[in-house]
Design a protein. Structure first.
Length: 338
């Protein structure tokens, strides 16, 4: 069975979810495909409880709250979600439509494809030690999905990037935190580094130079962590080990679609965010263009302009009259606003 829609969105992260809203305002129907088992992308999968501070009008919002709000915003347009599956191939039909097929044999036909796949499929980089798989998702956590279980616990956070320092700063409010990095230089935002150094100065966190050497299960719900620095070994017990080494990215089948790629990113124009293949668009972290900023805010802007161009493919015989949501009664009806 082949399902039919106007636009297929590949990726259900924040930018993909907002694209549903922008397309819906133009009467463009959407199906959404994502390799995760729930919408939200990295926000919901890797930092659902981590505060985000640069969403307009929201002083602070967690990744899960943002996801929930975007899902609610998209709800009036009845998007169809195909989760826990990946796009395996696309084919251009004689009707000038695209046929998209997933690894679950789902087939959907559409006039346009919007790639909002973040940086592709992603998995956390893991600790390069053998015989620790049985501790992963128990004592070793590559993502914080439930902050409450860490309250009053002894934590060792490893890394020098944004995730490591952001979680160090956040979890210091509820737990006994030690941050470890191989040097006292960091790749994180300057403000996060300053906050961490202030916490260390006030003895609200501990900082440790070193690299992970060995991990042992103590059979008492704790683990014994061995750290090496300058040929010296330091060993201590913790409840949880949180390694933040970044993500491994993989474009998967997207790399075989004949798109113009630049270092595993998809080149687009800045007028409509169309790729080198007409009627295929790319928005969010997956795309690249001069001056690109990898911000959710930027992806929202890209989604709005992309939707205007999609209208031309979906309704070639109609004129798109731009309207504001504040004053258009027609848009109010679509949004169920009385």
């Amino acid at each position: 069975m082949i399902e039919k829609t106007d636009v297929i969105i590949i990726g259900a992260g924040p930018v993909g979810l907002f694209a549903i809203f922008e397309l819906g305002l133009l009467n463009i129907s959407c199906h959404v495909i994502d390799n995760l088992d729930k919408p939200g992308g990295q926000c919901a999968e890797l930092y659902p409880e981590k505060p985000i501070y640069d969403i307009p009008s929201r002083v602070s919002i967690t990744g899960q709250q943002l996801t929930d709000d975007l899902l609610e915003q998209a709800k009036p347009f009845n998007p169809v979600y195909h989760l826990n599956q990946q796009v395996e191939k696309i084919n251009k039909l004689d009707t000038d439509e695209w046929l998209v097929e997933t690894n679950h044999n789902k087939k959907v036909k559409a006039k346009c494809i919007v790639i909002a796949a973040g940086a592709g499929s992603f998995v956390p980089r893991k600790i390069p030690l053998e015989n620790i798989a049985h501790l992963e998702n128990i004592n070793i956590l590559y993502a914080v999905r439930n902050k409450s279980i860490l309250k009053n616990k002894d934590l060792l956070i490893i890394g020098g990037g944004d995730s490591a320092l952001d979680w160090t700063n956040e979890l210091s409010k509820i737990a006994n935190v030690t941050l470890m990095h191989r040097r006292k230089e960091f790749r994180a935002a300057p403000d996060s580094v300053s906050k961490m150094l202030e916490l260390e100065k006030d003895k609200k966190i501990h900082f440790l130079l070193g690299q992970i050497n060995e991990i042992q299960d103590l059979k008492n719900n704790k683990i014994n962590v061995s750290v090496k620095y300058n040929d010296k070994i330091k060993t201590f017990e913790v409840d949880y080990l949180l390694p933040f080494f970044g993500l491994k990215m993989d474009l998967g089948s997207i790399s075989n679609w004949g798109l113009n790629l630049n270092e595993n990113l998809i080149s687009v124009d800045t007028e409509k965010f169309q790729t080198s293949v007409p009627s295929i668009f790319a928005i969010g972290d997956i795309n690249t263009y001069p001056g690109k900023l990898k911000l959710i805010l930027s992806g929202f802007h890209e989604a709005a302009l992309m939707a205007q161009e999609c209208f031309k493919y979906c309704f070639p015989d109609k004129k798109n009259v731009f309207r504001y949501t504040t004053s258009s009664k027609d848009l109010h009806r679509k949004l169920n606003i009385v």
